[in-house]
Design a binder for this molecule. Structure first.
Ligand SMILES: *Cc1c(COP(=O)(O)O)cnc(C)c1O
Length: 495
């Protein structure tokens, strides 16, 4: 049965999955949501013998109904290949009775790879299906992580180009090296003299420049975005929740139908929303535990029903969660409003004008699928140390936020449900903070110096992604003034 998508903010526009992927954002500024959450036609037990790719196909075919079997399988094959350092793709590791779903075995050793490995392929198939000719040009401004994951995903994908702008003095050494060593004839990486906001404004200006769009069209190019609100990023994230539940079944950790809790370190609310969709598909989920760092706008929302971004922005050791506007929360608001686009639009317009909104009592009651908590910088660091000392497992700062929140939750609630923590980055990516937490003698050393030491104390192999950037040649060295960003794009495209 065909599944269509509509905006969270109005009833009118109904589009196919491939159109929703191509457009990214609905015409009224809302997010695309499926008309209903599909349910697998087979029992969950049948998933327990499936590989990651097989699971991916079974889940994605329910959401992307206008893709043929051949199209979808080809996207999946190209995405989940040896860019990942394990054929399990998302391995489940047990330490002291807690399960860690490791989402960091891809090209950039963080969880964005799970979706950005497949999005380029979904996008090019979607373009073909909708008779969009010409090359798709992805423009991205990055504060570090997303840019590299998008570069790795789009590198050498036929029919696409990717241009990434980053603040020359605003990313970590590892992050910069990851980007400037990126291979692929269709990739460009440019440092700008401004900060991240300048990069983002520059990219937005190009997206909205009608003149530029016209010139692009004449040369057979069109812009697109790899933004995290694209349904083509959300749906691939549902897969690993189904996969991990099936793994727990086949390991005998749970019996059929037994509930599992998921703890998710949250920023833009994409990852945990995927878990919520998995629950709505029939995966037996107890609580979805939303973990925040000191930017605890989501914790406050779950506590009070008030979303209020008017607060100080805190820079933490878990930078990918330093967010005050969690875009994907809009999809949850839509659901708890009873799939009501008018109510959702009203709240989002209050968010835009006043920076806050409040859900009704009825809506708040529908949030009982969730629990929430937050961890301070001190708690995050001591959690890394505690888990390392008790189990030998070294986790990154984002995962540690989730782990600290879970520890707290369990103490308070005595909930003994089997629990999976979404582990969103490799500790190698945040070596300075991680090693500084393990032992103060490492404080002040930089990520590169600490790599071998981290490998030694954790007994884990240095990821391929890190080995590579240590020796890889620099392939991109363009730096430009903020006001020259468009000129650089024109130069790259020869227009
Ligand atoms: C992006 C990211 C998150 C937050 O995920 P959301 O889907 O934005 O909530 C958490 N951890 C890491 C390492 C990330 O890169």
């Amino acid at each position: 049965m065909e599944l269509l998508y509509q905006s969270t903010r109005s009833q009118g526009e109904k589009v196919t999955a491939s159109q929703a992927i191509l457009k990214g954002l609905a015409g009224d500024g809302g997010l695309f949501v499926p008309e209903r959450i599909p349910v697998p036609g087979i029992p969950l037990e049948n998933f327990s013998k499936m590989s990651y790719k097989e699971t991916a196909y079974e889940v994605m075919k329910l959401f992307f109904t206008d893709f043929t079997e051949e199209e979808l399988k080809s996207c999946i094959d190209k995405a989940y290949d040896d860019k990942f350092d394990t054929c399990e793709i998302a391995p489940l590791t047990e330490k002291a009775g807690v399960y860690y779903l490791e989402l960091f075995h891809g090209a950039t050793i963080a969880f964005k790879d799970m979706a950005l490995s497949i999005l380029p392929h979904l996008l090019t198939v979607s373009a073909k299906k909708n008779n969009v000719n010409g090359e798709i040009v992805i423009l991205t401004a990055t504060s570090g992580d997303t840019g590299k994951a998008a570069l790795a995903g789009f590198a050498d994908v036929p029919g696409t180009r990717i241009i990434v702008f980053y603040p020359k003095n605003g990313v970590s050494r590892i992050q910069e090296r990851q980007m400037v060593t990126q291979k692929g004839a269709n990739t460009s990486v440019i440092g700008i003299t401004g900060n991240f906001d300048d990069a983002q404004s520059g990219v937005k200006a190009m997206f909205n420049n009608k003149e530029l769009a016209k010139t692009m069209k004449e040369h057979n190019y069109q812009f697109s975005s790899a933004n995290s609100i694209n349904i083509g990023r959300l749906v691939p994230q549902v897969v690993y929740y189904v996969y991990s539940y099936a793994k727990l079944l086949s390991n005998g950790a749970v019996k059929a139908g037994e509930l599992v809790n998921f703890v998710v370190p949250t920023g833009n609310f994409g990852n945990i929303l995927a878990a919520y969709y998995a629950k709505n598909m029939g995966v037996p989920v107890g609580k979805l535990i939303c973990a925040s760092n000191e930017n605890k706008v989501l914790f406050d929302f779950f506590e009070t029903g008030i979303y209020d971004k008017n607060r100080e922005f805190v820079l933490t050791s878990s930078p990918s969660m330093d967010i005050l506007v969690s875009s994907n929360l809009e999809r949850l608001v839509y659901r708890i409003a009873g799939d009501n686009p008018e109510a959702t639009a009203g709240m989002m317009s209050a968010l835009a004008s006043e920076g806050r909104y409040e859900v009704t009592g009825e809506m708040k009651a529908r949030l009982e699928d969730f629990a929430s908590g937050w961890a301070s910088e001190e708690q995050t660091a001591s959690e890394i140390k505690r888990v390392y000392e008790e189990t030998g497992y070294v986790m990154d700062t984002h995962t540690a936020v989730a782990s600290a929140v879970y520890h707290d939750y369990k103490e308070k609630t005595k909930d003994s449900t089997v629990t999976v923590i979404a582990s969103t980055a490799s500790p190698y990516k945040f070596g300075t903070s991680v090693m500084g937490a393990v032992n103060s003698k490492y404080k002040g050393m930089d990520d590169f110096e600490l790599i071998d030491e981290l490998s030694r104390i954790s007994g884990t192999a240095i990821p391929k992604a890190v080995e590579e950037i240590r020796s890889a040649p620099v392939l991109h060295n363009t730096v430009c003034e903020t006001e020259d960003m468009q000129k650089e794009v024109e130069k790259i495209l020869g227009i």
